[in-house]
Design a protein around this ligand. Structure first.
Ligand SMILES: Cc1cc2nc3c(=O)[nH]c(=O)nc-3n(C[C@H](O)[C@H](O)[C@H](O)COP(=O)(O)O)c2cc1C
Length: 184
């Protein structure tokens, strides 16, 4: 058993080293870490991504808010509405943190999150690992966007971070026989 754990630990450390030294974003390392934390050691599973369809992206853009769900270290769930959200590509979304409090603390100890959005009876749930970027181009673009938004609505707004979700699973949440079905 101990020997088995050591082998797993070696695999995880190797993943970390590869991610860090190949100059990839830290969310790759984060994903490997999370996979380890959640007892997933299958390398294929670690790198699996799920892609949103055109329809999912259209709905994500259209809804005014999505619900971001996180979980604390002791297992307490926390779901909050998020209005400042963007699609970066088929498998990546960005949410801006202006007011996250418990959400942020939860992400720092457990970066695995869910994002649910719907309109009428059609809805989707994205799951994956987030990374909070507080420097770099994506954060700077987000900071500018949020500042401009604040000016537009007449309330000063400041982004504390760009929360980037790499989607690894997508479920439907529409009521009916297909409810909760894995779509990607
Ligand atoms: C409609 C609506 C949209 C919101 N959008 C955002 C948002 O885009 N970014 C943000 O940081 N907080 C947003 N909030 C605030 C958060 O939902 C929440 O208040 C904040 O994360 C603090 O809760 P927590 O301690 O559970 O994280 C929004 C709230 C509402 C009601």
């Amino acid at each position: 058993m101990i020997r088995h754990d050591l082998v797993l630990m070696k695999k995880v450390l190797r993943l970390f080293a590869m991610a860090l030294f190949s100059g990839l974003q830290s969310n790759v390392a984060m994903k490997a870490y999370s996979a380890w934390e959640f007892g997933k050691i299958n390398t294929k599973e670690t790198i699996a991504m799920a892609q949103m369809t055109e329809r999912m992206k259209e709905l994500f853009d259209k809804v005014p808010t999505v619900v971001l769900s996180t979980v604390s270290e002791d297992g307490t769930p926390n779901a909050v509405p998020v209005g400042t959200k963007k699609i970066l590509d088929d498998e990546t979304i960005l949410m801006s943190d202006q007011f996250f409090n418990k959400t942020r603390a939860n992400i720092e100890t457990n970066p695995r999150v869910g994002v649910t959005f719907w309109e009428g009876q059609e809805g989707y749930q994205l799951k994956g690992i987030v990374n909070i970027e507080t420097t770099g181009r994506r954060f700077e673009d987000t900071a500018r966007w949020i500042e401009e938004l604040g000016t537009k609505v007449g309330v000063p707004l400041k982004s504390k971070g760009a929360v980037i979700l790499r989607i690894d699973e997508i479920y439907g949440v529409a009521p009916g026989p297909g409810a909760g079905k894995k779509l990607a």
